[in-house]
Design a binder for this molecule. Structure first.
Ligand SMILES: [Zn+2]
Length: 68
């Protein structure tokens, strides 16, 4: 099978499309591992690590954590 530049570009475009559809961390944008992290209060968000989940939680609820 010939593998010219056009084929290579098409392959890259295809790979980009696949990559775009892969689930990503809602905090840092990295690809999610098979066992990703979630935060109950942040429904639907998925995180690559406990760190990202904790940071996202802290950002989302920062104002509530600080006493007025
Ligand atoms: Zn992350």
């Amino acid at each position: 099978m010939p593998f010219d530049t056009g084929t290579f570009k098409a392959l890259l475009a295809w790979a980009d499309k696949i990559f775009e559809k892969l689930p990503k961390c809602d905090r840092c944008g990295d690809l999610l591992p098979e066992h990703y992290y979630t935060v109950q209060e942040l429904y639907g968000d998925k995180f690559c690590s406990e760190y990202c989940a904790e940071r996202a939680y802290a950002d989302a609820f920062r104002e509530e954590e600080v006493p007025a």
